[in-house]
Ligand binder design. Structure first.
Ligand SMILES: NC(=O)c1ccc[n+]([C@@H]2O[C@H](COP(=O)([O-])OP(=O)(O)OC[C@H]3O[C@@H](n4cnc5c(N)ncnc54)[C@H](OP(=O)(O)O)[C@@H]3O)[C@@H](O)[C@H]2O)c1
Length: 314
C-alpha cells in the first residue's frame, strides 16, 4: 500500500477545517491522511477528531515554530485565519505570514490559503461610498486575507487561493427576526442583488476536492459557493422551510452600519461591496466549479431542510 499523503489542517476543530478533516476521514481509500491542528489537544472537539482517526497535534497560528513542527512531513496544508476571534487585520496578516513561512520551511507540496478579495482594489481608500475602517481598510477581514496572498506567492509556494463565501450557518446565530409588526424578516443591505453563500461544511469538502486534483489548481485562484441568492429568494426559501412567512428587509448600507453590533460597520461595508460589485464577486464563485470539486454541494434549500431546527426564531 502506498503511504498516505498527510494534509495538515489549521482550524481543524472549526467550521472550514472541520469540514476538510471529515471529508478526508470519510474517504478511506482517497490516499490522504489528516493531521488536525488545534491549540488544545485535550479539548472535547480535538478528542472527537482523534477518535474519528485524525492525528491531532498542538499548534497556534500565533507561534510560527509550532506551525513549522506541525507542517513537518505534510504533503498539504490548509491555512485559515480567525478574524472574528480578535477583529485584527494586522494579526491576521501576521498569522498568514507565519503559515506561509512554516509551509516553506516544511517543504509542503500543496498549500490552500483560505482567502477573500482585497476590496481596496475596487474601492480605494479615497472612495467615500463607504467609510475607511481602522485607518487602512474598507472590509478589514477581506482586505487582510487578500493582501496576505502575497506572503504565499512571494515565497514561491505551490498554493491555491480559495475564495470562500458567506456561510449559511450565519443564520443559526442571526436567523429571521420579528419586526415591530411581529412578522419575521431577514435584513441585508443588498438591494435586489444576489449573495453567494455556502454551507461551511462544503468549504472543507471543496478544499478536499482541490487537494485530490493534484497539481491542477496550484497557482490558481478558485472561488466557491453553493448558491447565489437574492434577499427575496432567501426569504422565500425560509418561508417554505419554516412554514411561516419570512420577508426580506432591504436597508441601506448606512443603516446597516449603524445597527451597532460588534462588526456592524465592517459587515455593512462587506455587503455593500458584494452589492456594488455583484458581477465580479459572483463571477469569481462558479457553482459548476464548486460542484466539480464537491459533488455533494448543498443548495440553500437542502441546507435549510437539514438545519432549520437549529435556527432560533426570535
Ligand atoms: N462566517 C462567514 O460567513 C465566513 C465566510 C467566509 C470566510 N470566513 C472566515 O473564516 C475564518 C474563520 O474560519 P472558521 O469559520 O473555520 O473558524 P471557526 O469555526 O471559528 O474555528 C476556528 C477554530 O480555529 C481554532 N483557532 C482559533 N484561534 C487559533 C489560533 N490562534 N491558532 C490555531 N487555531 C486557532 C480553534 O480551534 P482550537 O480551539 O481547537 O485551537 C477553532 O475551533 C475567519 O477569518 C472568517 O473571516 C467566514
Amino acid at each position: 500500500m502506498p503511504e498516505k499523503k498527510i494534509i495538515a489542517v489549521v482550524g481543524s476543530t472549526g467550521a472550514q477545517g472541520g469540514g476538510l478533516v471529515r471529508a478526508i476521514l470519510n474517504d478511506k481509500n482517497g490516499g490522504f491522511a489528516v493531521r488536525a491542528l488545534t491549540r488544545d489537544v485535550n479539548s472535547d472537539k480535538a478528542k472527537e477528531l482523534a477518535k474519528l482517526g485524525a492525528e491531532v497535534v498542538a499548534a497556534d497560528v500565533d507561534d510560527v515554530d509550532s506551525l513549522k513542527r506541525a507542517f513537518e512531513g505534510a504533503y498539504g496544508a490548509y491555512c485559515v485565519t480567525f478574524y472574528w476571534a480578535h477583529f485584527s487585520p494586522d494579526r491576521e496578516l501576521e498569522n498568514a505570514r507565519a503559515m506561509a513561512e512554516a509551509a516553506k520551511a516544511a517543504g509542503v507540496e500543496h498549500v490552500i490559503w483560505s482567502t477573500l478579495e482585497d476590496t481596496r482594489k475596487l474601492v480605494p481608500l479615497s472612495d467615500n461610498r463607504m467609510p475607511t475602517l481602522m485607518g487602512e481598510y474598507k472590509v478589514p477581514h477581506f482586505d487582510a486575507k487578500g493582501q496576505a496572498e502575497q506572503f504565499f506567492s512571494d515565497l514561491g509556494l505551490p498554493v491555491t487561493y480559495l475564495r470562500t463565501s458567506f456561510y449559511w450557518e450565519n443564520f443559526i446565530g442571526m436567523g429571521p427576526k420579528k419586526g415591530a409588526d411581529s412578522k419575521l424578516a431577514i435584513t441585508f443591505p443588498m438591494g435586489d442583488k444576489k449573495l453567494p453563500g455556502i454551507s461551511a461544511e462544503d468549504i472543507g469538502k471543496c478544499a478536499y476536492g482541490i487537494f485530490k486534483k493534484g497539481r491542477e489548481y496550484i497557482g490558481k485562484t478558485v472561488g466557491i459557493a453553493g448558491g447565489h441568492l437574492s434577499g427575496a429568494e432567501m426569504a422565500a426559501a425560509f418561508t417554505k422551510a419554516l412554514g411561516q412567512e419570512v420577508r426580506y428587509d432591504d436597508v441601506s448600507p448606512e443603516a446597516f452600519r449603524a445597527f451597532g453590533f460588534p462588526g456592524a460597520d465592517e459587515m455593512g461595508n462587506m455587503f455593500q461591496f458584494k452589492r456594488d460589485f455583484e458581477q465580479a464577486y459572483r463571477g469569481a464563485r462558479s457553482l459548476d466549479v464548486s460542484r466539480s470539486l464537491n459533488p455533494d454541494l448543498q443548495t440553500f434549500d437542502q441546507w435549510l431542510a437539514r438545519n432549520k431546527s437549529l435556527i432560533p426564531i426570535a
